[in-house]
Every structure is written in structure tokens, then in C-alpha cells.
Design a protein around this ligand. Structure first.
Ligand SMILES: [Ca+2]
Ligand SMILES: [Ca+2]
Length: 191
């Protein structure tokens, strides 16, 4: 691939078992499998554990529509500063809007793009989160709020995505995620 010095050849996703702290992954290639005039230049990757993001956006230990859901929608509408969190954070919550913004800037594209169309939108993904947190199911969950180009178009697929983010922030923890598996995904080079 002469015009692309750093192509992505493979993307790997890992699920860690409890107790996993990290490991090293090494790459190798069989010279016979390489294209003519190519060399394989491997570099090792250190895998470390990443805290799974959670929809407990205000970090109070529970996922609620009228707090976390509304903060998510305001964030997606572009509210920042005090207007992001005014009157809508739960009891015991992180009240610092800048901390919430930092958190959502880091994980929002992945976590809040609930319908999977590539971007997180207030009137689609935001409403999906709100409805889900309010207990809406099936057609009532998805009616009218799935984006064009969405890859998750059924209530089942939406629920499956949301299930991954239903952990809550435990007492004493912060919203901050640690660099880990997803950040370590790298391509390796065929030169
Ligand atoms: Ca919460
Ligand atoms: Ca979306």
C-alpha cells in the first residue's frame, strides 16, 4: 500500500475477565505471506484495562431519566457550563459541569451514538436514552427517533447497546475513564 504508510489492517476487540489487569500483545508475520517488496515492521501493544463508560453521567450511582437523561440531551444540544447541569443532577451527583463535559467529550461519541449512525444527536440518541431510562420499550422506544443511516434500528439492538453502559459510578469513584484497551488499538505497518 505505497500511498498509505499506516493502513489499518485489523481491528481487534477484547473482553476482559474479572481480575484482568493487562497483557502484552506481539505481532509477527510469515514472510511468505507478504506482498513482493514488502517488509513487516511489528510493534508490540500493551493492553491495559479500561473502565467501561456508564450512562450514570452525573456520577451519583444511579441512572435516571430526569437527571442523566436530561444532562445527556443538553450536552448533545451544545449546552455547556452551568446551563448543562442546572436543576438536573441527582442527589450526591457530580455537580461540576466541566467534569461532565470532559467525560462526555471522551466517551460520548461511542456511548451516546445509540442508534449507531456515526454521530450522537440530541433529538435521536438523546431521546432514545431518555425514553429508555423512563422505561419505554419496543416501538414506543424507537418511534420517530432513529436517524437516517442508523445501524441500530430495532428496539432490541438499541437495548443491547444501552446494556453495555448501565454500570453505575460507585462511591468514591470519579467519572474519569483510564486510557486502556480502546485507546491502545493501533494499526501495524506493512512497509
Ligand atoms: Ca446518575
Ligand atoms: Ca446517532
Amino acid at each position: 500500500m505505497p500511498n498509505n504508510p499506516n493502513p489499518t489492517l485489523y481491528t481487534a476487540n477484547f473482553t476482559a475477565l474479572p481480575g484482568f489487569e493487562g497483557t502484552q500483545i506481539n505481532f509477527s508475520a510469515n514472510p511468505d505471506d507478504l506482498p513482493a517488496n514488502s517488509n513487516f515492521a511489528p510493534s508490540s501493544i500493551a493492553l491495559t484495562l479500561r473502565t467501561q463508560p456508564t450512562l450514570d453521567i452525573d456520577g451519583n450511582g444511579a441512572i435516571d431519566a430526569l437527571t442523566d437523561g436530561l444532562v445527556a440531551i443538553r450536552y448533545l444540544f451544545g449546552f455547556r457550563g452551568e446551563t448543562l447541569t442546572k436543576d438536573v443532577v441527582g442527589e450526591g451527583a457530580t455537580s461540576d459541569p466541566s467534569e461532565i463535559v470532559t467525560y462526555l467529550d471522551e466517551v460520548g461519541d461511542m456511548m451516546l451514538d445509540i442508534d449507531g449512525n456515526g454521530t450522537a444527536g440530541a433529538l435521536t440518541d438523546g431521546i432514545l436514552f431518555l425514553r429508555h431510562a423512563l422505561g419505554f420499550e419496543d416501538q414506543a422506544l424507537i418511534q420517530g427517533v432513529i436517524s437516517e443511516g442508523a445501524t441500530r434500528t430495532t428496539a432490541e439492538a438499541i437495548n443491547e447497546h444501552l446494556q453495555s453502559f448501565l454500570g453505575v459510578v460507585s462511591e468514591g469513584a470519579t467519572l474519569t475513564t483510564v486510557p486502556g484497551i480502546n485507546d491502545q488499538m493501533q494499526s501495524f505497518d506493512v512497509l
